[in-house]
Structure formats: structure tokens, C-alpha cells
Design a protein around this ligand. Structure first.
Ligand code: ADP
Ligand code: MG
Ligand code: ZN
Length: 472
């Protein structure tokens, strides 16, 4: 039988606020364990949460950027469960009236519907120490604000899921609501997956793989879990609704626990926080301040700069690359050259050094300077690449670097001619051969000339001057 895969994603993203959602503690990643905590976020009795307004603003921004309607009257609910990383034994979240509903994210050829976006607090971290056979707990992450972005089950392959996640991540980064550093857990996804015979309307039973924080692992997990489910069904078995843990090293998922339903959490309205009321003018203000989003930027790059769609696709995937593109091309006035340098030189340097766009640490205008130096003939392309590698690694200033290392091309024709005259005088035999019709001899003379000039003269100038000197 033919099966189709059905995927719905729940994305958790940590917000880029300075302080936590219900207290003044810092949201900074890392730090000595249990130093970014206070009575509120460590769940002491008798304390009261105070909502960080920035979280609401970020939620509205995200909702508008993903075409959601904003719930003007929304509120928090208590989700009760016990786990050692959650000292209060409940999480403040939104169940009944989430702040954003019914939006969509456009990917190629389809709209992925957003069911809802709600605000909640993150939990702490458990650190399992295999040597001492103990588990330690770090509450620094407790109370870091999260948005949970829940999609409808509209995705049907690993490729589509990754495209959706990349688009969503770009939107969150463009709008500045999250740095989305997957390696730090600030962008992670729960993958809900089921399979059904092609043509069947009703959804199959799903499993859920939680807290996945690498695109590669997500793609592998989807491939693997869909095959597993099909094999179970083909063998006459039944899929159990359960949470599974994906082990990327083993390339397998393992059953963890059967899935809990909402009623297992005994949700009730959060009594310590008043409902949130958002006015139409609040929404208008946030909408007016939205930055240019990935699709709009892409369209503008095509229209304004004549870039091929392929180039814009790559550059707009990351807000950092768009900043680099815009600053560098403004500097050298050549958008297409800038796009080429980004897609070839920069991406290669990044992949060799394992650097992510958000970690680029050089002055973006420097790329524009390098490109301008090459196109004006001050340096050749090979030197340009070397200088850019230095910019990338050490943030050198291209102009001073070229000066200090004497890398500029010789543009003084009189000086080049003087060198070449000496070359001609020292190679009478080749000159005679060339005059006798041997073209190769001329190439030899060019080679000798370039060598005398240590490669620092434009090859076409050397050729022209040699012709003049040799006289044919
Ligand atoms: P819960 O809140 O219990 O996790 P939801 O019904 O809210 O469950 O769905 C959570 C996620 O699972 C959503 O992204 C939804 O699209 C997805 N989902 C629900 N049912 C299925 C299914 N049968 N197959 C694949 N994904 C599903
Ligand atoms: Mg879930
Ligand atoms: Zn705190």
C-alpha cells in the first residue's frame, strides 16, 4: 500500500528579552549553575509573578509576522505536572486563550497553517552525570520566556518540515524576537508524526519526538519514524500514541512514555496573573514597526538589484547574511558581485571554520571594500580572496592590510615598462623566436615579466606593453 506522511510541529523559541518572563533575573545563556535565579523563578512559596511586557510585544510581533489574528483578551493558565526541572511543579502557560491564533507561514508551493502561538515559561535543565551516577539540576533557564508555535498537521515530508522550520526561524530572527541559536536550545521542535494510506481522510495515530534541536537530526528522525510506523502497520500492528526519544547517534527512536492529554495536566486559569488586554492601537503600533520580512526582502532584491532568485533564496535565509549583503553592496555598489562573494567565498569560509551566520564577527563593510579593490584593479582576484579570508578570521581592514603587506598591483605603467624592458633584454633568444613566428615564446616572455613584477601587475597590461616593446 502507498502511505503518506503527516507532520505537525510544535516549536519552542526562547525570547530575546533581557530578563525572565515573571521576574527580573537575566535570561543570559549559561552562567554558573543556579546563579540566574531568585525566589520567583525557583518556585519559593508565597511569591508572585509579574509579567514582563516585552514578552507580550514579542508575541504580537511574531503573530503578525505569521499572519495570525491577535487575541485581544488573553490569559495565562497553570499546567500542573511534577518534574525535577520545574520547581513550582506547574508551568505558567496559555491553554484556553492563546495570544495568537490561525495564521500561516508560506513555504514553496503551500501555506503551513499555524494553529496558535502561546506564551509560557521555560523549565530548568537536568544534567545527568554518568560518572557519579547522579542527576544535577540547574534552574538558570527556569522562567526564560518562550513562545510555543503550533502548526496544523500540514507537512508531509522531511524536506517540507525543514523548509518550514527554516522559514519560521528566519522570521523570528528578522523580527528580533529570538536569536534562535539551536545549539543553545533557543529554537527547538517537537515533531508529531503519523502515516495514513494515500486517499484516507482520517489522520493516523501520531507519535511525538520532543525537543529536537538540529535540522539534520529532525530530517533523519522523520525518515526513520515514518518507516517504522509503516512497517508496524504493514505487519498488522497498531501505532500507539506515545512520546519517543530520538537518539541521533544510534539513528533510532525509543518509546519513552505514553502520551498525556490536556486533562492529565489539570489545567486551570492562573490565579496570580491578571488577564492581558491588548488594544487595536497596540496592535497597529507593533504592525507599523515590523521590519521587512524574508519574502518581501527576496522580492525587493530581485526587483531592485536584479539578483537571480537562487541568490536571494540563499541570502534571505539568514538575517545576518541580508545585513552583510546590504552593507557590503552599498559599499562597493555592486550587488551581484556581493552576492557571488557571499555564496562562494563566504559560505566556504564559514563551512570550513564551522561558523554560523549569527557568529560572523567582522565589519560587514569590509567585504564591500575588498570587492571594490578587486574591481578597480588595485588588487587581483586571488589577492582579494586572501585578504577576505583575513577579514573573515581576524577582522582586518582590507586597505591597511594590503598596504602593510605590499599586495597592491603596480599600476604605474612606466615602472612596469622599465621592468619588462629588462626582461626583453635578458631573453633575446625568446624574442627572436617570437619574431620568427613562435607564439609560445611570447607566453614565456609574459611569464618572465609577471615573475619580475612578482605577479603584481595586471596581466593584460603586461601583455600590451610587451607587444609594444618587442614591436609586433
Ligand atoms: P498536544 O497539545 O497534546 O501536543 P495537539 O492536538 O495540540 O496535541 O497537537 C500537537 C501537534 O501535533 C500539532 O502540531 C498538530 O498539528 C500535530 N498533530 C496532531 N495530530 C496529528 C496527527 N494525527 N499526525 C501528525 N501530527 C498531528
Ligand atoms: Mg505536544
Ligand atoms: Zn528569577
Amino acid at each position: 500500500m502507498e502511505y503518506e506522511i503527516v507532520i505537525g510541529l510544535e516549536v519552542h523559541t526562547e525570547l530575546a528579552t533581557a530578563s525572565k518572563i515573571f521576574c527580573g533575573c537575566t535570561t543570559k545563556f549559561g552562567g554558573e549553575p543556579n546563579t540566574h535565579v531568585c525566589e520567583v523563578c525557583s518556585g519559593m512559596p508565597g511569591v508572585l509573578p509579574v509579567l514582563n511586557k516585552q514578552v507580550v510585544e514579542f508575541a504580537i510581533r511574531t503573530g503578525l509576522a505569521t499572519n495570525c489574528s491577535i487575541t485581544r483578551y488573553n490569559k495565562f493558565d497553570r499546567k500542573n505536572y511534577f518534574y525535577p526541572d520545574l520547581p513550582k511543579a506547574y508551568q505558567i502557560s496559555q491553554l484556553y486563550l492563546p495570544i495568537c491564533r490561525e495564521g500561516f507561514v508560506q513555504i514553496s508551493g503551500k501555506q503551513v497553517r499555524i494553529h496558535e502561538i502561546h506564551m509560557e515559561e521555560d523549565a530548568g535543565k537536568l544534567i545527568h552525570d554518568p560518572y557519579d551516577d547522579v542527576t544535577l539540576v540547574d534552574y538558570n533557564r527556569c522562567g526564560v520566556p518562550l513562545l510555543e508555535i503550533v502548526s496544523e498537521p500540514d507537512l508531509c515530508s522531511a524536506e517540507e518540515a525543514i523548509e518550514y522550520l527554516e522559514k519560521l526561524r528566519a522570521i523570528l530572527q528578522y523580527t528580533g524576537v529570538s536569536d534562535c541559536k539551536m545549539q543553545e536550545g533557543s529554537f527547538r521542535a517537537d515533531v508529531n508524526l503519523s502515516v495514513r494510506p494515500v486517499g484516507q481522510e482520517e489522520l493516523g495515530t501520531r507519535t511525538e519526538m520532543k525537543n529536537m534541536n538540529s535540522f539534520k537530526a529532525i530530517a533523519r528522525a522523520i525518515e526513520c519514524e515514518s518507516k517504522r510506523q509503516i512497517a508496524v502497520i504493514e505487519a498488522g500492528g497498531r501505532i500507539i500514541q506515545e512520546t519517543r526519544r530520538w537518539d541521533d547517534n544510534k539513528g533510532k527512536s525509543f518509546a519513552m512514555r505514553t502520551k498525556e492529554d490536556a486533562h492529565d495536566y489539570k489545567y486551570f486559569p492562573e490565579p496570580d496573573l491578571p488577564p492581558i488586554s491588548i488594544s487595536e492601537s497596540d496592535i497597529d503600533r507593533v504592525r507599523a514597526a515590523l521590519p521587512e520580512l524574508p519574502d518581501a526582502k527576496k522580492a525587493r532584491y530581485i526587483k531592485e538589484y536584479g539578483l537571480p532568485e537562487y541568490d536571494t533564496e540563499i541570502i534571505t535565509r539568514s538575517v545576518e547574511l541580508t545585513r552583510l549583503f546590504e552593507e557590503a553592496s552599498a559599499r562597493c555598489s555592486s550587488p551581484k558581485d556581493t552576492a557571488n562573494w557571499i555564496m562562494t567565498e563566504l559560505l566556504r569560509l564559514m563551512s570550513d571554520a564551522g561558523v554560523l551566520p549569527e557568529d560572523l564577527a567582522f565589519d560587514f563593510a569590509s567585504l564591500g571594500k575588498v570587492i571594490a579593490l578587486v574591481s578597480s584593479g588595485k588588487i587581483n582576484r586571488g589577492t582579494g580572496k586572501k585578504v577576505f579570508a583575513k577579514v573573515f578570521a581576524e577582522n582586518v581592514d582590507p586597505e591597511s592590510y594590503i598596504r602593510e603587506h605590499n599586495l597592491a598591483l603596480v599600476t604605474d605603467t612606466a615602472a612596469i615598462r622599465a621592468e619588462l624592458e629588462q626582461v626583453v633584454a635578458a631573453n633575446e633568444k625568446s624574442v627572436a623566436e617570437y619574431r620568427g613566428g613562435k607564439e609560445q615564446a611570447f607566453q614565456y616572455l609574459i611569464g618572465q615579466g609577471m615573475r619580475a613584477l612578482r605577479g603584481k601587475a595586471p596581466a593584460n597590461v603586461v601583455g600590451e606593453l610587451l607587444h609594444e616593446i618587442v614591436g609586433c
